[in-house]
Design a protein around this ligand. Structure first.
Ligand code: PMP
Length: 425
């Protein structure tokens, strides 16, 4: 029995499913998970001493690679000064200033401890500011596990949401409406049907939780226009895209400015951090200035702020990082396309990528669902056994970091070619 298998058996007795976040249990790929011992740069190492090239990057935070020397040094130094104070610090001020510089729509920022909290809070602010209750989200976009967002489309044309988890009373989702990503008509219909009642649209500007799906030309612009026309707010959930697609996130990449933005992952440099923010007049609704309440014992935690600041500063000062990671990802995307031809659909934008096992072009939730999950599971296991760690689910993104070097890419391409050849036999 491997160390990973043994640890999994032990963990299952004391942790639901043996894991602290469901996707880590590898259910979608039908094998036991590997337990990770350490990571450095683009590589991670499991408890059995196996080494992998890592394209999960902790689901996005690891844009500089694992255990970046400067991040670790600064975090170690910060630890000497105390782990948490529950009082304001210079670093919180510095990171809010830096965020405003990198992402100018973030005139004011509030730090929280996860992406879930960030989106939940931004929606509360949108409702408080507009005085309206309904929100629109898109089928297949994920915004964390808060009650009102754990929804699936109900039956009927109105697309009112129903809970997608036990434990969520239907009353909690009655104000969540569901539209189709990349479909402007579905949004227009909701604005007609719920005229004057919609507080906000929340959207992943690049969908990365149904696999990576780019916005069609004009889609984000349309969301900007219709929210303006209806006195609703546009919330970009940039938990994944923030500081990944560009120093200023998807809003810079596409040139569409939201009213509020939610951030997570990279902003914490590997520590548990989320943030939300946006236009000053909106953020002034938040307590203690305004009457929208939101708080957190560990919010703005000095260690997390240190890791985040070092990471963001590096990205801000070295925009060439974005050219590099995009090029690496493009090289990989081309290798998949060459090897699999029309047997797969490869969606790549910046350093985000998904390989869908379908012959269809994946442009929305429905087309993504045509992919063959069994084939994905087989592909995942083949790669893992050959030292490449991919997302253990078809509907997650592949993340590339600045630490992925030529040798990593060459090895990955070899395995892509081997796998493609094994499929032809
Ligand atoms: N929004 C998006 C777009 C996400 O991808 C995620 C998590 N993957 C979240 C929100 C929730 O973040 P967290 O897991 O930190 O709560």
């Amino acid at each position: 029995m491997t160390q990973s298998d043994e640890l999994f058996e032990r963990s299952k007795k004391r942790i639901p499913g043996g894991v602290n976040s469901p996707v880590r249990a590898y259910q979608a790929v039908g094998r036991n998970p590997v337990f990770i011992k350490k990571a450095k740069g683009s590589h991670i190492f499991d408890e059995d001493g196996n080494e992998y090239i890592d394209y999960v990057c902790s689901w996005g935070p690891g844009i500089l690679g694992h255990a970046d020397e400067e991040v670790i040094n600064e975090v170690q130094k910060a630890c000497q000064d105390g782990l948490t104070f529950g009082a304001p610090t210079r670093k919180e001020c510095a990171i809010a200033e830096l965020i405003a510089q990198m992402m100018p729509s973030m005139e004011m920022t509030r730090m929280v401890s996860s992406g879930t909290e960030a989106v939940m809070s931004a929606i509360r602010v949108a409702r408080g500011f507009t005085g309206k209750d309904y929100i629109i989200k898109f089928r297949g976009c994920y915004h964390g596990h808060s009650d009102g967002l754990l929804v699936k489309a109900g039956s009927g044309v109105l697309m009112q949401a129903v809970p997608d988890s036990a434990g969520v009373p239907s009353g909690y989702t009655q104000y969540t409406l569901i539209a189709e990503y990349n479909n402007c008509d579905s949004v227009a219909k909701l604005f007609e049907e719920y005229k004057g009642k919609i507080a906000a649209i929340v959207v992943e500007p690049v969908a990365a939780n149904m696999g990576v799906v780019q916005p069609k030309e004009g889609f984000l612009e349309y969301l900007r226009k219709i929210t303006k026309e209806n006195d609703a707010l546009l919330i970009f959930d940039e938990v994944i895209t923030g500081f990944r697609l560009a120093p200023g996130g998807a809003q810079q990449f596409f040139g569409v400015t939201p009213d509020l933005t939610t951030l997570g992952k990279i902003i914490g440099g590997g520590m548990p951090v989320g943030a939300y923010g946006g236009r000053k007049e909106i953020m002034e609704c938040v307590a203690p200035l305004g009457n929208v309440y939101q708080a957190g014992t560990l919010s703005g935690n000095p260690i997390a702020m240190t890791a985040g600041l070092v990471t963001l500063k590096r990205l801000f000062e070295h925009p060439e990082i974005y050219t590099q990671i995009e090029q690496t990802t493009k090289t990989l995307a081309d290798a998949y396309r060459n090897a699999f031809k029309d047997q797969v659909c490869v969606n790549q934008i910046g350093s985000l990528m998904s390989v869908f096992f379908t012959k269809e072009k994946v442009v929305d939730f429905a087309s993504g669902q045509t992919s063959d999950r069994k084939k994905y599971a087989d592909y995942f296991c083949f790669f893992l056994e050959r030292g490449i760690h991919l997302a253990p689910s078809q509907f997650e993104a592949m993340f590339v970091s600045v630490a992925h070097h030529k040798e990593d890419v060459e090895k990955t391409i070899q395995v892509i070619d081997q796998y493609a050849a094994s499929q032809k036999r």
